[in-house]
Design a protein around this ligand. Structure first.
Ligand SMILES: *Cc1c(COP(=O)(O)O)cnc(C)c1O
Length: 355
């Protein structure tokens, strides 16, 4: 029989999904972008020279499939063995590899809500079910009181969380891991902005894996580079699932240079932390309820103003922030920490909108 419509032959799971909707990336440079948690500061100058050098030394060859230069450099910075590191084309690539490796069709993925919206998309692609675990009012998370009719095959836990910026301590995360019959992926996309992280849990807990990205704290969202930290025996298995050459030669060189320039990283991170404090304080002074943030953004809402209207009014003034709404939980604005000048501009507009 002749095929009349290719689209009808897609897997039903793919037909049914809406697809992940990333934050707006306007082409023209006229917006102040405070909507996707990019670093307002550029990456280390060492990155540009590393890319130029890599571009001039053999692009006709395939890249190192394991990104060895990066793993050695990152291992030194983090105090782990290079065998504990798997490189990815952004940390989203690693989240995909983890989902494909641990979750069979029909199994269940757990993650908290409100949190990173991509986890649901990954589950949908895989034909997996999801259970969303609501945070308690003090931003802790309970996993012990869930009905066990669908035990999880994998749990994602962003820490610091997005969109709220709130954190769980490594001790709290170890306690959650101990309750789970599955791996716990601590998504540390924002951990460089927080005082604590979960890298030491890799040794301490059998089932903890950690993902990191250079997109936010290293100012390299455009490059696409992330990495996973886990026990070597887990890394060896996940290598079978990744694309053979999931990171290209230019990004491996650039990422190695970026993580090698810790002075540049610390200088910019400290500027972001200072501005975060000012942003949170200024919003509070304008009457916003602001969650305490350990990331490079703050989550807020205003008791007497619609978050969506504020988002639209700011956009009309060329300032993009992220409006987010979670069914059954609430809505608000996630505002990324920008430069001091960008935050000046934000406050100038907000002051005129909020009376
Ligand atoms: C930004 C973000 C990522 C993705 O980072 P990439 O390395 O750019 O793919 C992963 N998890 C969370 C929670 C994020 O906010």
């Amino acid at each position: 029989m002749k095929l009349s419509n290719v689209v009808d032959t897609l897997r039903p799971a793919v037909r049914a999904m809406a697809g992940y909707l990333p934050g707006e990336q306007p082409q023209a440079g006229k917006f102040i972008k405070l909507n996707t948690n990019e670093n307002p500061y550029p990456p280390s100058p060492a990155v540009t020279s590393a890319i130029t050098q890599a571009a001039n030394s053999g692009l006709q060859r395939y890249p190192d499939p394991l990104g060895t230069s990066f793993r050695i450099q990152a291992a030194e910075v983090l105090g782990v063995s290079p065998d504990c590191i798997l490189c990815g084309n952004g940390s989203d690539d690693l989240l995909t590899i983890l989902t494909r490796s641990f979750v069979a069709e029909g199994q269940t993925i757990w993650y908290p809500t409100p949190s990173y919206v991509l986890y649901r998309t990954l589950a949908e692609i895989q034909g997996a079910k999801v259970a969303e675990l609501p945070f308690e009012s003090d931003w802790t998370l309970r996993v012990d009181h869930l009905e066990q009719d669908a035990p999880p095959a994998l749990m994602f836990l962003p820490n610091p969380n997005s969109p709220t910026g709130t954190v769980l301590s490594p001790e709290q995360i170890a306690a959650i891991a101990a309750e789970l019959p599955c791996p716990l992926v601590v998504d540390e996309a924002y951990a460089d902005f927080a005082p604590e992280n979960c890298i030491s849990l890799i040794e301490q807990c059998e089932n903890v894996l950690v993902t990191r990205t250079l997109s936010k704290s290293y100012g390299l969202a455009g490059l696409r580079f992330g990495f996973l930290i886990a026990r070597p025996e887990v890394i060896n298995e996940l290598r079978k699932v990744k694309d053979s050459y999931n990171c290209d030669a230019l990004s491996i060189s650039a990422a190695t240079a970026a993580i090698g320039d810790q002075d540049w990283f610390i200088k910019n991170r400290d500027k972001v932390l200072e501005t975060r404090q000012r942003l949170a304080k200024g919003l509070t002074n304008l009457g916003f309820q602001v969650q305490p943030s350990q990331a490079n953004f703050v989550w807020c809402n205003h008791p007497s103003q619609s978050s969506f209207e504020l988002y639209e009014q700011l956009k009309a003034s060329q300032i993009l922030v992220r409006y987010m709404k979670y069914e059954g939980w609430g809505e608000g604005l996630r505002i990324s920490v920008g430069t001091e000048n960008q935050i000046d501009a934000l406050f100038a507009v907000l002051e005129s909108l909020i009376r």
